[in-house]
Write a protein that binds this ligand. Structure first.
Ligand code: HEM
Length: 391
């Protein structure tokens, strides 16, 4: 195993000691295999996409799906917007919510100044903890999304927002075996959601059109739909994005490919795509079987569960490589596929690009001076990744 793969392995193992075992042994499942206590498992990109594109037979609302999980916390209306006609209507209305262009505007406006400050610190010889910076940047996006007023230009409130989002997501920890939550977990989660969304009702009518809430209003969403969507955006887009940002910085360093990127900055989109592929921050996707169906010659029965090991499927192609290009089998499986394909994909790409551009603009290759991995988290990630630019 090379250095980059070794660090990635540790990132996964620290999140959950069994995760690397599941993801590497998952290769054996290839197309579809039934595993005791987990259900059906696949690590084949085509089989995973076939399942994700078949809403008639697979749902995320049943036991084993993320919709089932969030409905217990957010209320039954989640069933309406997570799947079926309500979901279709919401997705059609929000099709233009995040184009590449307005995701770039969003990140330039909300995190651009903080990135500039980090670049100046690096150039002045300071060490910048990229993992912490990523959490602060994502916290800033969430504050903007949920219209949480922050009076001071200080990182601490944004770290707290990130931690709150993370706490909410962590309630889903341990749901690989079951998505039924304990009543006290549901109660805790409801308190967090109420706290995070407290300002939306007050700002809904006045939010400026360039904010996500303002855009939602202009796209014709109702306030309750926007509140639900904002919560989902936060839960789905907090740890995932911060994880990809720091891990991509580490991969470019550990593989030595940052030097090529300095020489050929036009490869930035390739670095972002490869970072997303190799890290696959949401390493597995679950679905419940809604109706009996045969996939790859195996009969899957209603009520059973399927776990798609997307990390395994994406990494089967090999390690981080700026020359890898677009992979037609994997496509962008790190963002899922089908009707639930990540709504925030352009935002995630803009966030990672923004961070990498800041590092490239600082003019000299970065060194990682130390690193720590986060323990017992849902989304594998670095706890700290201090970098400085070599003299
Ligand atoms: C690197 C960062 C990210 C990764 C790897 C990622 C990955 C994913 C994946 C795999 C899904 C599909 C889940 C499923 O089918 O069960 C998804 C859905 C979703 N993501 Fe992301 N995501 C990222 C960032 C974001 C960001 C920044 C946002 C919001 C600004 C976001 C918002 C959403 C939403 C709302 C959904 C649900 C879409 C639906 O059900 O129609 N994600 N994401």
């Amino acid at each position: 195993m090379d250095i980059a793969a070794r660090h990635e392995f540790r990132v996964l193992a620290s999140a959950h000691p069994k995760l690397p075992v599941l993801l590497t042994a998952g290769r054996l499942a290839r197309r579809l295999r039934k595993v005791p206590r987990i259900g059906w498992v696949t690590s084949d990109p085509l089989t995973a996409r076939r399942i994700l594109n078949d809403p008639e037979h697979f749902t995320l609302l049943g036991e084993g799906g993320v919709g089932h999980l969030w409905a217990q916390v957010l209320g039954d209306w989640v069933y309406e917007i997570f799947d079926g006609p309500g979901h279709h209507q919401l997705r059609s209305r929000t099709r233009d919510l995040f184009t590449d262009e307005n995701a770039r505007h969003l990140t330039d406006r909300v995190i651009g100044p903080r990135l500039e400050r980090a670049g100046a610190e690096l150039r002045a010889g300071a060490t910048v903890d990229v993992a912490d910076l990523a959490r602060v940047l994502v916290g800033r996006i969430v504050a903007d999304l949920l219209q949480i007023p922050i009076g001071v230009d200080d990182d601490e409130p944004y770290r707290e927002i990130f931690a709150t989002g993370e706490e909410l997501a962590s309630l889903a920890l341990g749901t690989t075996a079951s998505t039924h939550l304990q009543p006290e977990t549901v109660a805790r989660a409801k308190v967090i959601v109420a706290r995070l969304t407290a300002n939306i009702a007050g700002t809904w009518r006045t939010a400026r059109p360039e904010t996500v809430l303002g855009r939602c209003r202009e796209l014709g969403l109702e306030q309750r739909q926007a509140e639900g969507l904002a919560t989902l955006l936060m839960v789905a887009g907090t740890e995932t994005a911060a994880s990809a940002m720091a891990r991509t910085v580490a991969l470019l360093h550990d593989t030595g490919t940052q030097h090529r990127l300095f020489r050929e900055p036009d490869l930035l989109p390739d670095a972002v795509r490869e970072g997303l592929r190799v890290t696959t921050p949401a390493p597995l996707i679950g679905r419940a079987v809604a109706a009996d169906v045969t996939v790859d010659g195996r009969l899957l029965r209603a009520g059973e569960r399927v776990l798609m090991l997307t990390w395994t499927a994406n990494n089967a192609a090999g390690g981080f490589d700026l020359d890898r290009g677009y992979l037609p089998d994997q496509r962008q499986l790190w963002f899922g596929a089908g009707r639930h394909l990540c709504l925030g994909a352009p935002v995630a790409r803009a966030e990672i690009s923004g961070l990498l551009r800041m590092l490239l603009d600082s003019g000299r290759p970065w060194r990682i001076t130390d690193r720590r991995y986060r323990r017992n988290v849902l989304i594998p990630s670095y706890a700290s990744l201090p970098v400085s630019i070599a003299a």
